[in-house]
Design a protein around this ligand. Sequence first.
Ligand SMILES: [Cu+2]
Length: 218
Amino acid sequence: MNRQVLALAASLALVPTGSLAGDLRGVVRFQGAPPALAPIETTKERAVCGDSVPDEAVQATGGMLRNVVVVVKGAPAPPPGKGVLDQRTCRYVPHVQALPVGSTLDVVNGDPTLHNVHGYLGQATAFNLAMPSKDARLSRQLKKPGLVVVRCDVHAWMSAYVWVVEGPAGVTGADGAYAIPGIPPGTYEVTAWHEKLGERQGKATVPAEGAAVLDFAF
Ligand SMILES: [Cu+2]
């Protein structure tokens, strides 16, 4: 091997192989007294839906905010995966989720009644699925990035949010915490989104090993 080839081989050995990756984690706090949201009264099919469903718009317990979507901009998206959107007693479960672009969403009807699952990407219809029977299951590929707002054309109170993301993402749990693994080392802009409270921006430097911590407050 001549010198040039050796130098090339040495430089290639320094190229990250993708195995170097850190995590981003943190908590999202809710400042002030959380709003007392009254249950939403159902208006039909109470045998299936119950008399009311919880208002899930702002879920803050102990100062920690649930259902915030945290997205790392500029980092490669994880490979497409699979998400599930279930319908239980005329609610969507989960209420908020984030999936890499290209993922498949399995929509399940857990209720013995007709739900019409209507997903909007902006003003456009992303999917529109009539699901008349219990345990019906339909799959749709989420080909375009963006926020898909899901509504039921039968039960006006039903809503869910599916973020189709182009970067690594996580959603806060009831404890307000999120964790996003497998991010290549670097400095990134990070966005935190909440369905009612809007967006917050942050910046994080993810190490090659271990975790960066980035907290948000709404
Ligand atoms: Cu419905």
